[in-house]
Design a protein around this ligand. Structure first.
Ligand code: 87F
Length: 482
């Protein structure tokens, strides 16, 4: 009992969400804080999730012809500032190397906050003809943005891990196709692996990346009423090509500026998984991303100890051979109940128990992490039933999150209802004129709410802007953001 109180969560998700989140990421042993404020250690329990995300996404982009590469993390100041417009607003967050030992560098070096400039400098040298296109490169790396807002594990840290894709095409149409293809790879990754439903759409002029013609996004909704951008994909148009001189000789013998895209998804998505699925007992990791998918716990008494351990080991071995990530927990000195609590805290989706009675009856007990439901199965049905149950868990996590997202988007027709929706931790969906001024005044009046996106799925936008009454351009979703 005493052990449990120390190790388990001491607050409920519904009572103090912030404290709950901080406790989960620490007590599930996902992270540690570090000596540099705003930086965290990714411990094996979280890094293994990132590795599974990487594997899933890497397989996808390789299938569509993308290749990985690695560019230096140091960007000369002159290069970073070459495209002045895109860096504007971001400048205060750039970290610089100015010295080597005691020697001042002749030019300071930025630690990459994103790799557009350093990559496109090379692209200009590499691309000569239409035969060199498309160029489809991706990097898995970390970036540094020296934020001064309060840090939050995974969601806002000064260094984070991500992938950044940077592609070059001969035509605007090809680049636009790429933007959408990658955005919908994110949708698939986030919905079908992370089990988090998203709204896909376009950012407004105010919220788009300054270096882009337009920005697309996938937005998720957290249980504390805040929206979280899960991934983004930009049509860069010819903006960078003109600054970095990325030109190619086309089939018609004419020299043209190339068309570009960039897209990124980061370790902040791990924070979303924690927030969306976790409960009062701790983490719940969707089976497809769980570092440990199944834990086998033998229930031991003095008698028959060896037989039970043998049987449990056999089960673990069988499941491992089917490529599941399995933990066999035969640790001495811990009660089964204590072990259950620990694996629940760490979010293992499925637990298999086997005790003396089960051995005798040739049966096993399966316990689902998400619903706590217990079923007794015949030992011979092990593989079929585990597969079924893991699939069920994956599906019902998404289903539950979908229900929450659906009821959190509320259509509003006047500004009072808009404000109420924000107050009630919902995302108002409203007719909007799309102007930056209007968005600013919404932000001022509605607790800092911004336009999360203009969903691709639109119904006719007949009527007036919820804020200024001018003719509306589209339906847009608003919300407070992380
Ligand atoms: C911070 C400091 C300097 C974001 C920054 O979204 C520059 C930047 O350019 C900056 N923070 N950005 C925009 C990043 C755009 C784009 N890059 C590739 C992405 C996805 C991946």
């Amino acid at each position: 009992m005493e052990q449990k109180e120390e190790l388990g969560l001491t607050v409920k998700k519904s009572e103090d969400f912030n404290e709950w989140y901080n406790q989960v990421v620490l007590k599930a042993d996902m992270i540690d804080y570090s000596l540099v404020s705003g930086c965290i250690v990714f411990k094996p329990n979280s890094y293994a999730i990132w590795e599974k995300i990487q594997k899933a996404f890497d397989d996808k982009i390789k299938k569509s012809g993308h290749k990985n590469c690695y560019f230096p993390m140091f960007i000369p100041e002159s290069l970073l500032k070459k495209e002045a417009e895109h860096i504007e607003g971001f400048s205060p967050e750039v970290a610089w190397v100015t010295k080597a030992g005691d020697t001042e560098l002749s030019e300071r070096l930025a630690i990459r906050p994103t790799s557009e400039t350093i990559m496109y400098e090379s692209y200009a040298k590499w691309i000569r003809s239409w035969r060199d296109l498309p160029l489809l490169l991706n990097q898995w790396n970390s970036v540094v943005r020296w934020e001064f807002k309060h840090a939050k594990p995974f969601l806002r840290t000064r260094e984070f891990l991500w992938q950044e894709g940077h592609t070059v095409h001969a035509t605007r149409e090809d680049a636009e196709k790429e933007v959408m293809q990658q955005l919908f790879e994110y949708v698939d990754l986030i919905e079908n692996y992370m089990a988090i439903p998203v709204i896909a759409g376009k950012k407004t002029e105010k919220e788009k990346f300054a270096g882009a013609d337009y920005t697309t996004t996938v937005e998720a909704f957290m249980p504390d009423g805040k929206a979280l951008q899960m991934g983004t994909s930009h049509l860069l148009g010819q903006n960078f090509a003109k600054v970095f001189n990325i030109k190619f000789l086309d089939k018609d013998e004419k020299e043209k500026y190339a068309w570009q895209t960039s897209w990124g998804l980061s370790t902040r998505t791990i924070g979303a998984i924690v927030m969306v699925h976790g409960d009062d007992k701790g983490l719940i990791i969707p089976p497809r991303l769980a570092p440990v998918q199944i834990v086998v716990v033998p229930i031991l008494f003095k008698e028959n100890k060896e037989v039970i351990i043998e049987k449990a080991k056999e089960i673990a071995k069988k499941l491992k051979s089917k490529n599941y990530n399995v933990e066999f927990d035969d640790r001495d000195g811990y009660t089964p109940g204590w072990k259950f609590n620990e694996w629940e805290l760490k979010g293992v989706p499925l637990r298999i128990e086997i005790g003396p009675k089960d051995v005798e009856a040739e049966q096993l007990v399966l316990v689902r992490r998400d619903t706590n439901e217990k079923i007794v199965i015949k030992a011979k049905d092990l593989e079929k039933k585990t597969e079924q149950m893991l699939n069920d868990i994956q599906d019902s996590l998404l289903k539950k999150a979908k229900e929450y997202l659906t009821k959190s988007i509320v259509e509003v027709h006047n500004f009072n209802d808009f404000i109420d929706a924000i107050k009630n931790k919902k995302m108002p969906k409203a007719l909007f004129c799309g102007s930056a001024e209007c968005e600013t005044s919404i932000k001022d009046k509605a607790e800092g709410a911004t336009c999360r996106c203009v969903p691709f799925e639109q119904k006719p936008a007949k009527g007036h802007c919820v804020q200024c009454n001018a003719e509306a351009k589209y339906w847009a979703v608003f919300g407070r953001g992380y």
